[in-house]
Write a protein that binds this ligand. Structure first.
Ligand code: CMP
Length: 138
């Protein structure tokens, strides 16, 4: 089992000015931050990152949304990182997310759901290398 995951604070949450609150929830839950950036994705970058979803009906909306404002990718480490992080952020749809989870607290809709978390160790490794060079990670 890997101990790494990749998070992205999404445009809705950056726009609400709650980067600090979300990072505090992540670090309070025991995650170490190994890399952190503030960037605006191009359509090409977002398309590459979400290639796995390219045949889904919501793909166009997803790319448009993820390029609508800056995002904050974070490379994170913790024992059981992928599963623990998904528990911390809650269900994809904020309406279905448990009380106290990041998506329940800060998400507005299934698209504008405040934060992304890798869904497997393999995707975590790929997603971390998408945003960070290994020599940039602490
Ligand atoms: P994320 O964890 O970033 O991975 C894919 C994203 O697609 C997901 O979060 C949601 O924000 C988004 N998504 C999933 N289902 C839908 C949907 N039905 N409509 C719009 N966006 C969706």
């Amino acid at each position: 089992m890997s101990n790494k995951t990749l998070a992205i604070i999404k445009p809705d949450a950056v726009g609400k000015n709650v980067i600090g609150e979300i990072v505090a929830k992540i670090t309070s839950a025991g995650f170490k931050v190994n890399g952190l950036r503030l960037i605006k994705l191009s359509a090409e970058q977002a398309g590459m990152f979400y290639e796995i979803h390219k045949d889904r009906p919501f793909y166009g909306e997803l790319i448009e949304y993820m390029t609508s404002g800056p995002v904050v990718p974070l490379a994170l480490t913790k024992e059981n990182a992928v599963a623990d992080f998904r528990a911390l952020i809650g269900a994809t749809n904020p309406e279905e997310a448990e009380a106290g989870t990041i998506r329940k607290l800060y998400g507005d809709s299934i698209a504008a759901n405040a934060i992304h978390g890798s869904d497997s160790d393999e995707n975590a490794a790929n997603e971390i290398s998408f945003f960070f060079r290994s020599n940039e990670l602490v």
